[in-house]
Design a protein around this ligand. Structure first.
Ligand code: FRU
Length: 489
């Protein structure tokens, strides 16, 4: 096994030629300096800065090695790139410092994460581990604080910690010995000694039928007096308008009794209907906003056909979104801070009848807001570049996102039901598109690759429509990476 300093040296070697520029690289989304990024981890506000850690394989564009990459920012626009916070140098994490969360206590930053160990017989072991810092950049590992309880397979990971009155609580994603997904709860008075509280949700606990073989990356929090469990289940069967990706991410809304650990909740709703969204995590900022970021990627059979692999990197996180509850659903809204990215604005009023309107962009970084003031007809379509199409079919109440597969061999679709669309808010960042419909009621997040980027949007309407159009070309995130390329920092 390599020591911490050897691993940091190897990562440093990989970073020598790193630069942010290449035609596919996203400009206002967090991407890995090199290699693969997946889940956001340890989202937290600490000593005046937002910290975003993430699952990072600096050595390759696959999932073979995992450490915790690290960005911080005071405004979500200017980002500092730090050396990895955690590298897998100890026996209890030798095959990866897997996902987890962060909390602040007594001016210290605590990271809880899963130590992943692969055994020689092809099995695995899992340890829920702790690392502590008093500057938010250098971490001291304290080792495992929770071992695998009885009744579960070693697919037991991704601890999310929060404070409830005077106690610390942790929810963990798990698989039972019957091979079903579940979330488990532990509690602690000192963040070191943890007691088993029992299961929180899953089949036989809060559900009465099979709901996937594993639940990854749970997150549990209160919003507007409701208790919300976000989870990423694996093994749900695709249905029309539902569960169309390989793995899902969604939420339950309910009421939780912290004394009895009983959670009564409604049905599962997907958070995002696009092609690339998984393992979301939330945190509460100092103003009480509940902010979500997710991995804007999917570990499916198309993963290795991402064109960015040629430039040595793959995947990104989504833009940060603020969560609210409305009519029993979670709504997602791009955070206010992103308005700082706005550059040149343009606004127009379109009155369209059975025709096509073209809007040319002067940049591949765009924010677009369309208010649909009137629509009488069957169908409208909005095409971005030569690739993605958002299609609303009013007769069938279906909204569809269509894109070319990454190797451009076929058209793919994702769909969901909606009766009416009043507004569309889009963020276009070279090779990614995030679409928020009806003030964030429905979201589609996706990556795509162009052959020849024609910077345009085409709107076509079967029937009559009155649209108030606004778009801004956007600035990029700004990066500072003085310490990133340091072995000892
Ligand atoms: C979700 C996940 C987590 C795990 C991590 C490993 O994408 O599989 O369950 O901790 O990724 O990178």
């Amino acid at each position: 096994m390599e020591t911490e300093i050897q691993l940091r040296n190897q990562i440093f070697q990989r970073l020598i030629d790193y630069q942010h520029q290449d035609e596919n690289r996203l400009a206002f989304h967090l991407t890995p300096p090199i290699g693969l990024m997946n889940d956001p981890n340890g989202l937290v506000y600490y000593k005046g800065k937002y910290h975003v850690f993430y699952q990072w394989n600096p050595f390759d564009t696959n999932h073979t090695f995992k450490c915790w990459g690290h960005y911080s920012s005071s405004d979500f626009i200017h980002w500092e790139e730090h050396p990895p916070a955690l590298v897998p140098s100890e026996w209890y994490e030798k095959d990866g410092c897997y996902s987890g969360s962060a909390i602040v206590h007594d001016s210290k930053l605590y990271l809880f994460y899963t130590g992943n160990v692969k055994t020689t017989d092809g099995g695995r072991e899992t340890y829920q581990c702790l690392a502590v810092s008093d500057d938010g950049v250098h971490f001291e590992k304290k080792g495992p604080v929770i071992y695998l309880p009885k009744g579960f397979t070693p697919h037991f990971r991704d601890p999310k910690v929060w404070k409830q009155e005077d106690k610390w609580l942790m929810v963990i994603g798990a698989q039972t010995e019957e091979l079903e997904g579940l979330t488990a709860v532990f509690s602690s008075n000192d963040l070191i000694n943890w007691q088993w509280q029992g299961p929180l949700a899953g089949n036989g606990v809060s559900l009465s039928k099979y709901f996937g073989y594993m639940w990854e990356c749970p997150d549990f929090f209160s919003l507007n007096g409701k208790d919300i469990l976000i989870v990423s289940p694996q093994g749900l069967e695709a249905q029309p308008f539902q569960y169309e990706n390989l793995y899902q991410s969604g939420y339950f809304i309910g009421e939780w009794d912290s004394k009895t650990n009983k959670y009564v909740h409604g049905t599962f709703h997907e958070l995002d209907h696009g092609f690339d969204f998984y393992a979301p995590q939330t945190f509460e900022d100092p103003n009480g906003r509940r902010i979500l970021l997710a991995w804007m990627g999917m570990g499916d059979e198309q993963e290795q056909t991402h064109q960015s692999i040629k430039s040595g990197w793959i995947h990104s996180l989504t833009i940060p979104r603020e969560l609210t509850i409305k009519d029993g659903r979670l709504y997602q809204k791009p955070i206010e801070e992103l308005k700082q990215l706005r550059n040149k604005a343009r606004s127009e009023f379109f009155s369209i009848a059975n025709e096509e309107k073209e809007v040319l962009f002067d940049s591949e970084l765009q924010e677009i807001i369309i208010d649909i003031e009137q629509f009488e007809g069957n169908k409208w379509e909005i095409q971005i570049h030569n690739n993605c199409k958002l299609i609303f079919n009013r007769k069938d109440s279906i909204v569809t996102l269509e894109r070319q597969s990454f190797n451009r061999s076929k058209l793919e679709t994702r769909q969901c039901n909606v009766n009416k669309i009043d507004n569309i808010h889009m963020y276009l960042d070279r090779t990614s598109l995030e679409i928020f419909l009806n003030d964030g009621q429905i979201v589609f997040s996706s990556r795509f690759y162009e052959e020849t980027a024609k910077k345009q949007c085409l709107i076509s309407v079967k029937g009559k429509a009155k649209l108030r159009w606004k778009n801004w070309s956007l600035y990029s995130y700004q990066y500072k990476n003085d310490t990133l390329k340091k072995v000892v920092f």
